[in-house]
Design a protein around this ligand. Structure first.
Ligand code: ADP
Length: 484
């Protein structure tokens, strides 16, 4: 296994027991006895190298040198006891070979100790971070669990290591484990929010970042995940979203109040048509020879008018309804179609010419249709109000939609007017809450528009329009397949 996966939690580094240490001492003594009191013609003292190597796992660097020194002394002592005063080249060479073997082994064991120490230092560095860092092997079993993980989840490393992470933390994943692992293998990383259960049973929301670790040949060997508890943040966000939805609802209802005249007209017109067609049907029926063909045509017109009125009412009820987001598929052109009947009357009353420049093949987009209708109504109503102050020039409202397909794919809706206009420098100020230049203005419309658009991952911007007026643009990104 590659070295970086050998990270071991400090709690896993255990000193060998006393039996192990005693066995090493017995081995050293046995080597000495065999070397000194038997007449084997082999370099028995070479075996001291094993003693040195084995002791490296529980002594430090100085201890290692000490063990090595003692082994060398014992080698020399055995030689002196057996061959002292006589000169034989064979035993001397064997003793020298043994001393060399002990020396080389000491050197290698010291290097190995140093490398292990280095790794262990690096591993304990990970304990300094507040993040929970967890390493898993490819089967999902935990192999490393830092102090941050212990503090966050409550399990000690020795309790967590060897367990499957998803079982231990009873993880609830935002997507299937297979699809997350697919992404991880494709990009070498993944991030998202998970729900985990702590040792005391409390559930937390964890922002989690996973990185895939590969060995030198590129074969995946494990996953490192870094987790942070974002439960409080999520709760605050939810509360804020609730407030935002509440405020958006209030603003929507007050916009509807402003639009009462248009709405009344929009509903009244089909109702009047129903009455006219009803009367016509009666006339065709009351003839000496009833004309059933004409009656059928009138009744069909009545049905169509009735449907139109009920469509408008349904749209109004949706706008006035209280509630948080509900996603559906629609296009920017659908939005324009949705809102025009509601603002038609205001446009007419202010003698505004409307030009539409709609994308021929609008891309479908997924979001909260009612909230985005509110954004477009706000932009159009602001445009109408900005043009109400312009008496001497043509009042023109242009609404355009288009797809952006190069680079960042997005759908775009633009509302441009020829009203009093805005300054390029202060264009961003308009979106701040309570910014208004109107006597009866609340200054919340554009701020709510921005939070709705941003909650959909998009942007809204304002700029001066040439030769006069202002232009507002909403840009909503088209997510990649599989992301929402
Ligand atoms: P309110 O309409 O209550 O003032 P908004 O947030 O909708 O609140 O608008 C904030 C301000 O932005 C307006 O008071 C106005 O000064 C400016 N504004 C918005 N739309 C336009 C526009 N189309 N042309 C010129 N100024 C605009």
């Amino acid at each position: 296994m590659a070295s970086h996966m050998q990270l071991t939690s400090p709690a896993r580094v255990e000193s060998p027991g006393w039996i192990y240490q005693a066995a090493i001492i017995v081995a050293a003594a046995s080597i000495f006895l065999v070397d000194t009191f038997t007449s084997l013609e082999t370099a028995i003292a070479v075996l001291y190298a094993v003693v040195v190597f084995a002791s490296a796992s529980f002594v430090d660097r100085r201890g290692l040198l000490l063990v090595s020194g003692v082994c060398m002394l014992m080698t020399v002592a055995s030689y002196a006891i057996v061959h002292g005063g006589t000169w034989h080249s064979g035993p001397l060479i064997r003793a020298l070979i043994s001393l060399c073997a002990i020396g080389v082994t000491t050197f290698l064991a010291a290097k190995n100790q140093q490398a292990t120490q280095h790794l262990s230092d690096q591993a304990s560095l990970l304990n300094l971070t507040h993040d929970a860092i967890i390493v898993r092997d490819m089967s999902g079993y935990i192999t490393y669990w830092n102090l941050g993980a212990e503090q966050l989840y409550g399990w000690k490393p020795e309790e967590a290591i060897g367990r499957r992470m998803t079982d231990l933390l009873e993880s609830t994943l935002p997507a299937s484990l297979e699809s997350i692992l697919d992404q991880l293998h494709e990009n070498d990383r993944w991030q998202g929010e998970l729900i985990h259960t702590k040792r005391d049973g409390t559930r937390i929301v964890a922002a989690s970042r996973w990185s895939l670790h590969r060995d030198a040949r590129g074969k995946p060997i494990g996953t490192i995940s870094t987790n942070n508890d974002v439960t409080d943040q999520k709760t605050a966000e939810d509360a804020l979203n609730g407030l935002r939805a509440e405020l958006a609802h209030v603003a929507r209802v007050s916009t509807l109040g402003e639009l009462t005249a248009s709405i009344a007209h929009e509903v009244n017109q089909p109702l009047a048509a129903v009455v006219v067609n009803g009367e016509a049907s009666l006339r065709w029926l009351n003839r000496p020879e009833p004309d059933l063909g004409e009656v059928r045509a009138s009744v069909e017109r009545m049905i169509a008018s009735g449907r139109r009125a009920s469509d408008v009412v349904a749209r109004l009820r949706a706008l006035a309804r209280k509630g948080t987001t509900s996603r559906s598929q629609f296009t920017m052109n659908d939005l324009v179609e949705d809102i025009l009947p509601l603002v038609d009357r205001e446009i007419l009353r202010n003698s505004i010419a409307v030009s539409l420049d709609l994308e021929r093949q609008p891309l479908a987009w997924s979001g909260d249709r009612v909230q985005l209708q509110q954004v477009v109504i706000n932009l159009v109503m602001n445009a109408v109000q900005a043009m109400a102050g312009v008496a001497d020039q043509e009042r023109r409202l242009s609404i355009g939609t288009r797809n952006l397909v190069d680079g960042n794919r997005a759908v775009v809706l633009q509302v441009t007017d020829s009203g009093v206009g805005i300054d390029a420098e202060t264009a961003n100020e308009l979106f701040k809450p309570f910014y208004t230049t109107k006597n009866d203005g609340m200054g919340m419309g554009l701020s709510i528009c921005r939070s709705i658009v941003e909650a959909h991952g998009g942007t809204i911007s304002a700029s001066p329009s040439e030769p006069r007026g202002a232009s507002f643009e909403i840009r909503l990104p088209i997510q990649h397949e599989g992301h929402t």
